[in-house]
Ligand binder design. Structure first.
Ligand SMILES: Cc1ncc(COP(=O)(O)O)c(C=O)c1O
Length: 387
């Protein structure tokens, strides 16, 4: 059979390979503890499941949805953005429902990039930014995220020629995988840069609600002029333990959203109305559950950090996301350390190299595992390092 050349450059998704390895280990009888993928271990809260049950039973929700989404969902998003971020949105023009942020991120590449175009992609970064760009034959310029610069890309280091060629810039804070947050005027600098070089900015806001130690994450759209240059992607997956439900949305620049709309009218038929009404219900409802989840992850973060520090590792404590980005001990690469803990401790950690070349020297640990399993995992890692 003959396949498209596009597929030749497209590696399987990072976690697809990892899932296979975990499954092989489990089949061979190893009690594997995964600190790999960021998939919440706790269920979607009952009040959300109950609302979805009610909406599914309503025959008014059973027909084709519209790609632009229900006004009810758009209005709930606009009022959430106003309340939470102080951002004004016109729900008729500046909101677009997504079947998860991942889908939107991959498809927005199709709306913005042609073969040979240049995409500015953080390194390390969520793999869809580079994967979505490469799939289209676009060229990727990696922007190094280093601890010394708070894991923010150095926009000044981009050459004049590359800045002129670039069509899109991906950013995302609180950041996956580095867990860094924005605490300065970075978003203002991004808007100025994007305006100067006519670059579309995609801000991935999948983790804004999961923050700790009093830190409150801002929206990229909170910066004056941001809507002129970019869009922001929000996801229900992590704050509400809804990874399996596939709900997200994009907000911001109308031109980008209407291109995404035109594209997606040719690809899918929108989001199940029952899900959209449930999403509106969630956004209009109380935020207590999210606060409880923040407390769960903060506790696990502290548990993991204390145990790893006593095992002799260097462990920065993040203010956001559900991850810890940890330098590997001396003498290991990100792959050899991950391999070591899998083979010797039966613990899965994600090699930083999987997020791009600058992820070398780090591993990512996810906090989406129960406390007792985290404690067990760290005990095993500690013993394996003494071997
Ligand atoms: C940075 C980032 N963006 C987007 C997503 C995907 O979100 P969704 O489940 O809404 O597709 C993830 C999931 O891990 C993520 O880490």
């Amino acid at each position: 059979m003959r396949f498209s050349r596009r597929m030749d450059n497209l590696a399987p998704y990072l976690f697809a390979e990892m899932e296979r390895r975990i499954s092989d280990k489990r089949k061979s009888g190893v009690d594997v503890i995964s600190l790999g993928i960021g998939d919440p271990d706790l269920p979607t809260p009952a009040y959300i499941v109950e609302e979805m049950r009610r909406q599914v039973a309503d025959a008014g929700n059973h027909r084709y949805p519209s790609n632009w989404g229900l006004p009810e969902f758009g209005e709930a998003v606009a009022s959430f953005y106003k309340r939470r971020f102080g951002v004004d949105l016109d729900p008729a023009k500046e909101f677009f429902p997504l079947l998860g942020a991942k889908e939107g991120l991959a498809h927005v590449c199709m709306a913005l990039l042609d073969a040979g175009d240049l995409a500015l992609v953080p390194d390390p970064g969520y793999p869809v930014y580079s994967g979505g760009s490469i799939m289209l034959g676009a060229e990727v310029k990696y922007l190094n995220l280093r601890p010394e610069t708070g894991f923010l890309p150095d926009l000044e280091a981009i050459s004049e020629d590359e800045a002129r060629r670039a069509k899109v810039l991906f950013i995302g804070y609180p950041n996956n995988p580095t867990a860094a947050v924005v605490e300065d005027d970075f978003f203002e600098r991004v808007v100025a840069f994007a305006k100067k070089y006519d670059i579309a900015v995609i801000h991935d806001n999948a983790y804004s609600e999961l923050t700790y130690d009093g830190y409150v994450a801002p929206s990229f759209l909170g910066v004056p002029g941001a809507k002129d240059v970019g869009v922001e992607f929000f996801s229900f997956s992590k704050p509400f333990n809804m990874t399996g439900w596939r709900i997200g949305f994009a907000v911001g620049n109308h031109e980008i959203l209407s291109h995404l709309w035109r594209l997606k009218t040719n690809l899918d038929s929108g989001m199940f109305d029952a899900l959209q009404r449930t999403a509106a219900f969630i956004l209009n409802g109380p935020w207590d559950f999210v606060h409880e989840m923040c407390e769960v992850y903060r506790r696990r973060r502290d548990l993991l950090a204390e145990a790893l520090v006593s095992a002799g590792m260097q462990v920065p404590k993040p203010k956001g996301t559900i991850y810890m980005w940890i330098p590997v001990p001396a003498g290991y690469t990100s792959a050899s350390f991950s391999e070591h803990v899998l083979e010797q401790a039966g613990v899965v950690v994600t090699p930083g190299r999987g997020y791009g070349p600058a992820g070398e020297g780090f591993v990512r640990l996810s906090l989406t595992t129960p406390d007792d399993r985290i404690a067990e995992a760290v005990g095993r890692i500690e013993r394996s390092l003494r071997l």
